[in-house]
Design a protein around this ligand. Structure first.
Ligand code: TYD
Length: 210
């Protein structure tokens, strides 16, 4: 059960993290469907901040503004969607959470790691995930997949190679620092193999049979 300072939490909270194009959304959705539980994502739909945070026209957003907006989005997401669902005893699978702020706003942008963590701690009232699956792909794979992708570019896709490398390395450091909560999965493997690896981790760690 995750550490919490708020109300009683009964469901299990699983988060998928990873750099862009790592495939985490596909696998997170698959897990939620198999488990018949809530799939949700950040930045969430609740506050309508997605276009502000991801749109390419907001290139002058300051790093601190960006960190605060992601934290505000998370506060709303936890209060209105994640915590109420967990309290009903239902499991939640979330695409990105606190790890994204640590990887992108701290390792990527260079903001202080503890300060960025405290911001999310405040935003979520201390709600941590039970398990984080990190889909790891190197920068070169990200670039290949981005070039093949039909999706619109985000502000983050326009970042430098160095920025993306810092994010990817940052994620590995986060996983290394908290091995009881984080598991790294090789996202370069074929989708079926990744899916089997995800299912094996969820069975071993949580007893989920997908
Ligand atoms: P999105 O289009 O949802 O991509 P993905 O499918 O990869 O999640 O874009 C989310 C972007 O927002 C992604 O580039 C990472 C960034 N982000 C942060 O920088 N900090 C955060 O706290 C969160 C939740 C996302």
């Amino acid at each position: 059960m995750a550490k919490k300072t708020g109300a009683f939490k009964a469901g299990t909270f699983v988060v998928f993290e990873g750099g862009d194009e790592s495939g985490k959304t596909t696998h997170a959705r698959w897990v939620a469907t198999q488990r018949n539980c809530l799939f949700t994502y950040e930045p969430c739909a609740d506050l309508n901040l997605r276009s502000l945070l991801l749109g390419t026209s907001n290139s002058d957003l300051s790093d601190r503004t960006e960190a605060l907006l992601f934290a505000a989005d998370r506060a709303q997401h936890v209060q209105n969607i994640i915590r109420p669902t967990l309290e009903l005893g239902q499991d939640v699978v979330c695409d990105r959470y606190i790890g994204s702020s640590l990887a992108y706003q701290s390792y990527g942008r260079g903001l202080n790691l503890k300060e960025v963590f405290r911001l999310s701690e405040f935003a979520t009232d201390g709600l941590l995930p039970d398990l984080v699956l990190l889909m790891h792909i190197p920068y070169e794979t990200y670039l290949e997949r981005l070039q093949a992708s039909q999706l619109d570019l985000t502000r983050f896709d326009q970042e430098t190679a160095d920025f993306h490398r810092r994010v990817i390395d940052g994620y590995l450091k986060l996983a290394e620092a908290d091995p009881s909560r984080w598991v790294v999965i090789d996202g370069t493997l074929p989708p079926d193999t990744v899916r089997q690896a995800v299912a094996a981790v969820l069975e071993e760690k949580l007893g989920w049979q997908l």
